[in-house]
Design a protein around this ligand. Structure first.
Ligand code: ATP
Length: 362
């Protein structure tokens, strides 16, 4: 196990980068703590694989350094980095049994035979594969083969880190939720540094203690799942995490009041230093905006109500801007006029997409 430090890392695939637009990865400074469970979350093309390849040694960054436990490994090849990797698609030897596949990384490192047997049994049991240990891998389903790949990644105790690159892509949806929690349990039990790359917020939020959210080659927020939910540092995080995502409404702020299309919304903080020329927006998650009878709270128009299983979500307009809110049990609507009650501590103000810390909280 190791801590991994990204020190001023940046990468451009073209040899003569001129400006930020030429960088697939803009400058990143970050420390992955030893034994931590991390997710690297972002949409396709945001730079996740580039960063993962820099960590694993497949790509040498244009600028900056990568340190494992303080040791500069920036130019070391993958083999010299002592990391395990699990990819989207199974990497297994079909002619070997499950047991032989799991034992392979340990045999390669000349671990004593009894120690190998013990470790293989332990990992197989944690992945619920004990009953198939002596089956040939070729006879197994794609799900089972990917579980072997996970096992081969997890079997070594001496790795600096395990990198997972969208490891549940081929897993049947019914099994996905189960494997997500298995991986979380494995992290607790095995105390390894794990970095899990995904574009799927559910996978990231279930697995990781700390999620690094990337957008357009840059890290826009690093935080616990709760922090990302309750205090998105960027409107992108607000949109990308949550279902439906955060409401982001163009606003003008005066004192402790935000105006959204002529509708006044009370704030708990003042924002005297908002940068001129930047787009000002108010962000509030649907979970903190509850529909109420007309005449209560902020006046809104209701367009429709969607049942999304765990809740009913009202599609509304605030000052002409589309938004989503919780539809409470037992509320009956008359026409399209309604009120909206907002949790004032959960209303955030953004300038140019970036969260602004207000002053003088009430
Ligand atoms: N070998 C390469 N040469 C040139 N450009 C590349 C190369 N690999 C990636 N890119 C570009 O770098 C940017 C980041 O790509 P990257 O694969 O790191 O993103 P990602 O978040 O992992 O996306 P995905 O989930 O689709 O793999 C993209 O604009 C991509 O087109």
């Amino acid at each position: 196990m190791a801590s991994i430090t990204l020190d001023g890392l940046a990468h451009a695939y073209r040899p003569d980068p001129r400006g930020p637009q030429d960088y697939a990865l803009k400058e990143i400074n970050h420390v992955w703590r030893q034994g931590g469970a991390y997710a690297l979350l972002g949409p396709s093309g945001c730079g996740k694989t580039t960063l993962l390849n820099i960590i694993s040694g497949l790509v040498v960054p244009t600028r900056g350094k990568i340190l494992f436990d303080g040791r500069d490994v920036t130019r070391l090849p993958t083999e010299a980095r002592n990391i395990a990797q699990v990819f989207q698609f199974p990497v297994v030897y079909d002619t070997m049994t499950v047991r032989e596949n799991l034992a392979f990384p340990l045999k390669n490192r000349h671990m004593p035979r009894e120690a190998i047997a013990r470790r293989v049994e332990e990992i197989a049991s944690r992945l619920d594969m004990s009953s198939v240990l002596d089956r040939k891998a070729s006879n197994l389903t794609a799900d089972a083969k990917q579980k072997i790949s996970l096992g081969r990644g997890l079997v070594r105790e001496d790795v600096a880190a395990i990198l997972f690159d969208e490891p549940l892509t081929v897993i049947d949806p019914h099994l996905k939720w189960q494997l997500r929690s298995t991986l979380k349990e494995l992290h607790r039990a095995l105390d390894l540094t794990m970095i899990y790359v995904t574009h799927d917020q559910t996978e990231a939020l279930t697995f990781a203690d700390t999620v690094v959210v990337m957008h357009d080659g840059a890290v826009v927020q690093t935080g616990t799942p709760e922090e990302l939910f309750e205090r998105p540092a960027h409107t992108f995080v607000g949109h990308f995490i949550g279902s439906p995502g955060m409401n982001v409404l163009p606003a003008a702020v005066e004192g402790r009041t935000a105006h959204v299309g002529g509708v006044a919304i009370g704030l708990t903080r003042a924002y005297p230093a908002l940068p001129a020329g930047e787009k000002i927006e108010l962000g509030v998650r649907p979970e903190f905006a509850t529909l109420a009878p007309a005449g209560t709270g902020v006046p809104v128009k209701v367009q429709r109500v969607d049942d999304i299983g765990r809740a009913r979500i009202a599609r509304i307009e605030i000052g002409g801007q589309p938004a989503a809110a919780l539809m409470p049990e037992g509320l009956s609507l008359h026409g399209d006029e309604a009120g909206l009650t907002l949790d004032p501590r959960q209303i955030h103000i953004y300038a140019g997409g970036v969260l602004v810390n207000g002053e003088g909280a009430l």
